[in-house]
Design a protein around this ligand. Sequence first.
Ligand code: DQA
Length: 146
Amino acid sequence: ATILVLNGPNLNLLGSREPEVYGYETLEDINRRLQVQCEAAGHHFLTLQSNAEYELIERIHDARLEGVDFIIINPAAFTHTSIAIRDALLGVNIPYIEVHLSNVHAREPFRHHSYFSDKANGVIVGLGSFGYELALQAALRVIKAD
Ligand code: DQA
């Protein structure tokens, strides 16, 4: 199977961006670990980080053509704004898990609402980069059950 990990705006700055909130690991560190775990389980790993909404949308559209089975997405600030990315995910009908490094519910009120959570297979918040690994384990379990 094929798993696509998507990361939204400013997550390219992980490691140096507000490390007390987002941790000291870089996105490359996180992706390297996810790729190893995904491939060890016999699956394909794809990933994209983008600061542009349209790039994330087009990546999601392409995912259908490529036969991506599952998406793990941290939409970052687009979580709270993007009906367009939500519609893209629903449009391709690929199951997804939403991940946030920080506990968005313990932060500013504008971070409490997500355009993604009500349609997600699951949501993981506040566990730092480990949240991506938990999401991957959950995705692999869903894929195996299919
Ligand atoms: C985030 C939380 C968002 O509110 C914020 O805009 C981000 C990162 C997280 O992973 O904790 O950029 O998605």
